[in-house]
Design a protein around this ligand. Structure first.
Ligand code: ZN
Length: 158
């Protein structure tokens, strides 16, 4: 158990396609526990395994009242559209304007290998799309419209 180092988008690990998880063992559980701890410590909404240097299809999402663990997740349905500010623990201090679906449904396995589906809207829908992109080596800065300016960020905080 412990905090893992969060890599920045300068690291090649953030730009590689991750492999599926095939072993639902102690090593995976250890990774999931560490990712949840690391994400919460950094006040992140989501974290993908490549951000801690592990090139496997694993994501954690902080739903507020619980931590969602997504192993081998895929987007099975999206609907609507939202354009808003998006940040990433691997791109510290900066925010971009990113267009995402408003609604996203994800199919994934839990830490024991059982399949389930989960839906999200607004921030959580955005988060699902952002984190799943990480598993394909895509950082939001590659799909954003543009970075937000200091002035825009200050206005957002009011
Ligand atoms: Zn990210």
């Amino acid at each position: 158990m412990g905090l893992r180092k969060i890599l920045t988008d300068k690291d090649p690990a953030l730009h590689k396609v991750c492999k599926p998880v095939t072993a639902f063992d102690k090593k995976l559980h250890h990774l999931l526990d560490d990712m949840a701890e690391t994400m919460q410590d950094a006040n992140g909404v989501g974290l993908a395994a490549p951000q801690v240097g592990i090139l496997r299809r694993v994501v954690t999402v902080d739903l507020g009242d619980e931590i969602l663990e997504l192993v081998n997740p895929t987007l099975v349905e999206t609907d609507g559209e939202q354009i808003g500010a998006e940040g990433c623990l691997s791109v510290p201090g900066r925010y971009g304007l990113v267009k995402r679906p408003y609604y996203a449904k994800v199919r994934a396995q839990d830490r024991y290998g059982d399949w389930f589906e989960v839906e999200g809207e607004e921030l959580i829908g955005r988060c699902f799309c952002h984190e799943l992109d990480h598993l394909d080596g895509i950082v939001y800065t590659e799909v954003m419209e543009r970075f937000l300016t200091e002035e825009e960020l200050m206005a957002d905080e009011d």
